[in-house]
Design a protein around this ligand. Structure first.
Ligand SMILES: Nc1ncnc2c1ncn2[C@@H]1O[C@H](COP(=O)(O)OP(=O)(O)OP(=O)(O)O)[C@@H](O)[C@H]1O
Ligand SMILES: [Mg+2]
Length: 279
C-alpha cells in the first residue's frame, strides 16, 4: 500500500531550497505541494509519490520541471529525486484560481455574467502555450492563477511539445474527467491512453469556464461513479445545456462541441472575448 502523505520536505531538498517558512497547500492524488518562502523568493515545492491508483504521479514533478525549463528557462527551477519519487521547485505565482474568483457567480445561481477580462486572461495564457508549440493536457480552473498583473497556467506535468528525459516520462492517460473532452475519454476507455491536443485543451477551458460560473460539470454523473463510468457518460450521454448568459455562454458552447474540428482555436477564443470585452 503506497504512503499517502502529506510529506515533509526531505533534508536534501531543504538544503537546496532553503526555506525560511512554509505552508502546506495541498496533499492529494500522489502530490504534496508546499508554499515556501526563501531568501531568493517564494516557491511552489512539489513532492510526487505513487498514489493509490497511479505510479506516474511520483514522476510528475521532475517531468514538469523539464517542461518549465524549456518554456521559461532554468532560473528558479529545481528538481531531483527523493525517497518516494521526484520533487521540484518553481517560482510561486501570486493570485487566485479561476474557480475561487468566480465563486460569487456560482453563489448567485450562475445568472450573473462572469468577468470577461478574467476569462480573456485565462484564454491568453492557454493561447501563449499553444503558440509556443505546447499542449497542456490538464486544463482545469485551479490551474489558472489570476494575479494582479498576469494570469499563469500552472501544472505542466502532463504537457507535451518538447523532449522529456525518458527516466521520468510517462504516457498520457487523460486528465481530470470533469474537464475531459469526449474524444480523450473515448481513447482512454478503448486503449488506456490518449493523445492530448490543442482542441481538447480548448474543450477543457470551456468546461472550466462553465463549472466556475455555474458549479455544474459538463456531463451529469454521480460523485461516486467509477472513473470508467464517468468517462462512459462523457462519451455517450448528452452534455449539459450551457446556461451561462451572454456572449460567454455562446462561446463556451462552441468550445465544447463534440467534434474537435468544430471548436475554435485558443487564438479565436481570445479574439472573441476581446470583441465581447474591448476594455
Ligand atoms: N507556481 C505556483 N504558484 C502558485 N500556486 C501554485 C503553484 N504551483 C502550484 N500551486 C498551488 O498548488 C495547487 C496544486 O498544484 P498543482 O496543480 O501544480 O499540483 P498537483 O500535483 O497537480 O496537485 P493537484 O492534484 O491538486 O492538481 C494549485 O492548485 C495551486 O493552488
Ligand atoms: Mg494539478
Amino acid at each position: 500500500m503506497p504512503s499517502s502523505g502529506p510529506f515533509e520536505l526531505p533534508n536534501h531538498v531543504q538544503s537546496i531550497v532553503r526555506p525560511l517558512s512554509k505552508r502546506l497547500v495541498v496533499n492529494r492524488r500522489g502530490s504534496t505541494v508546499w508554499d515556501v518562502q526563501t531568501a531568493a523568493g517564494r516557491f511552489a515545492v512539489k513532492l510526487g509519490y505513487r498514489s493509490q491508483t497511479h505510479a506516474w504521479t511520483a514522476l510528475a514533478p521532475a517531468r514538469e520541471a523539464a517542461v518549465l525549463r524549456q518554456l521559461i528557462g532554468p532560473d528558479g527551477i529545481h528538481c531531483g529525486e527523493w525517497e518516494e519519487g521526484t520533487w521540484s521547485a518553481q517560482p510561486w505565482h501570486e493570485g487566485q484560481s479561476l474557480f475561487t474568483l468566480w465563486e460569487p457567480h456560482r453563489q448567485a445561481g450562475g445568472q450573473a455574467a462572469p468577468n470577461l477580462a478574467e476569462a480573456l486572461s485565462c484564454a491568453l495564457a492557454l493561447a501563449d502555450l499553444h503558440d509556443a508549440g505546447w499542449v497542456h493536457g490538464d486544463v482545469q480552473p485551479n490551474h489558472f492563477v489570476i494575479g494582479p498583473t498576469r494570469t499563469t497556467l500552472i501544472d505542466l506535468a502532463l504537457a507535451q511539445g518538447g523532449a522529456v528525459p525518458k527516466s521520468f516520462d510517462f504516457s498520457y492517460r487523460g486528465c481530470l474527467v470533469h474537464y475531459e473532452a469526449p474524444e480523450i475519454s473515448q481513447s482512454v476507455l478503448e486503449t488506456g491512453t490518449a493523445v492530448p491536443t490543442v482542441e481538447a485543451d480548448v474543450y477543457a477551458l470551456g468546461a472550466s469556464f462553465f463549472i466556475s460560473a455555474t458549479g455544474w460539470r459538463h456531463v451529469s454523473y454521480p460523485d461516486d461513479a467509477s472513473r470508467e463510468d464517468q468517462r462512459q457518460a462523457i462519451v455517450v450521454q448528452p452534455h449539459r445545456r450551457i446556461t451561462v448568459p451572454g456572449s460567454l455562454g455562446k462561446l463556451i458552447e462552441q468550445m465544447m462541441r463534440r467534434n474537435p474540428a468544430d471548436r475554435p482555436t485558443s487564438e479565436e477564443v481570445c479574439a472573441e472575448l476581446r470583441r465581447a470585452f474591448p476594455g
